[in-house]
Design a protein around this ligand. Structure first.
Ligand code: NAD
Length: 292
């Protein structure tokens, strides 16, 4: 298992399995297959509504709990001194687990950042109680991290952010690195461009990019494998999602070869600064309400 060392001396698998928008039996079966394929990190969230299915997939696989690394996340309406412990206990119950490996604050909630700090302090206490092994954040910019670091004690182990060749987030990834925070990339294959297209006419498919296709032919790999290998060579952790057996296996198989530095750097230059999600400075509960 290829892992990265976090700032709390614990290891995190570089390759994980995302489950956003996976539901029901499909979610259970894809989690089970992912574990059988070799994935050891599962990435869910209370807002995904599939924590039960993730836990069930783990149970059906028969794997020992200690051999799994399970991430879940507190949603924005679960931030607060009391609300965050309640949310964590809810997640544990739904997953059927007695601890979480990595608990993330899902978004920085800029309009009520004090709540974010309260949630983080609550997570620090939950970690002292052994209910969480590591605390992390998600979608934090360097400004959010700066403020968090100045008001809390535990440096986040992970910052999970949107990161793929069309949006390489150099500044945030560098800030993470300089502060010993692992960058874990969500939508590593650019899935966000199709998940919530504001303009369906303009759906962007990173995996059809001519350079990615050329490199796939050159290395005799698939476009997804080229993109995931690029992340791995940057020492990022990744959590690609699929419900299709062949893709689940394909995405896991990115460790036996390397891209040349030149090819990896060509992929860096695909960057379009094209964020697929909302900017973390505006994404909070009021933003969500106005969007509906
Ligand atoms: P992704 O980049 O993993 O893309 C997933 C999509 O790509 C799939 O739905 C499928 O259509 C396609 N795909 C997968 N494997 C493929 C392959 N081998 N070949 C061709 N197409 C393939 O996007 P994602 O699901 O948005 O992100 C991955 C995970 O990150 C999520 O499941 C979730 O766990 C996490 N996530 C976190 C946040 C956050 O705010 N922290 C936001 C979004 C997603």
């Amino acid at each position: 298992m290829n892992t990265l060392l976090m700032n709390n001396s614990q290891k995190i698998p570089m390759m994980g399995f995302g489950v956003y928008l996976s539901t029901g039996t499909q979610a259970i079966e894809s989690v089970q297959l992912a574990i059988e394929t070799g994935y050891r990190l599962l990435d869910t969230a209370s807002i995904y509504g599939n924590e039960y299915e993730v836990g069930e997939g783990v149970r059906r696989s028969g794997i020992a709990r200690k051999d799994m690394f399970i991430t879940t996340k507190a949603w924005l309406n679960e931030y607060g001194k009391e609300k965050t412990p309640e949310a964590l206990h809810r997640s544990l119950k739904t997953l059927g687990l007695d601890y979480i490996d990595l608990y993330l604050l899902h978004w920085p909630a800029p309009s009520s950042f004090e709540m974010t700090i309260d949630a983080y302090h609550a997570a620090e206490l939950l970690m002292e109680q052994g209910l969480i092994k590591s605390i992390g954040v998600s979608n934090f910019t360097s400004e959010h991290l700066h403020r968090l670091l100045s008001e809390t004690d535990v440096i986040p182990a992970v910052n999970q952010i949107e990161l793929h060749p069309y949006f390489i987030q150099t500044e945030t990834a560098l800030f993470n690195h300089q502060h010993g925070i692992i960058t874990q990339c969500w939508s590593p294959l650019g899935g966000i461009y199709t998940n919530h297209p504001e303009n369906p006419q303009a759906i962007i498919n990173l995996l059809s990019d001519p350079l990615i296709i050329d490199l796939a032919n050159k290395y005799n790999k698939t476009p997804a494998q080229i993109v995931l290998r690029w992340h791995i060579q940057h020492k990022y952790a990744v959590i690609p999602k699929s419900i299709h057996p062949s893709r689940i296996m394909e995405n896991f198989d990115v460790f036996g070869y390397s891209l040349t530095e030149d090819d990896s750097s060509q992929i860096d230059h695909l960057n379009r600064n094209l964020r697929g999600s909302a900017h973390p400075d505006v994404f909070d509960l009021s933003f969500m309400a106005n969007r509906k």
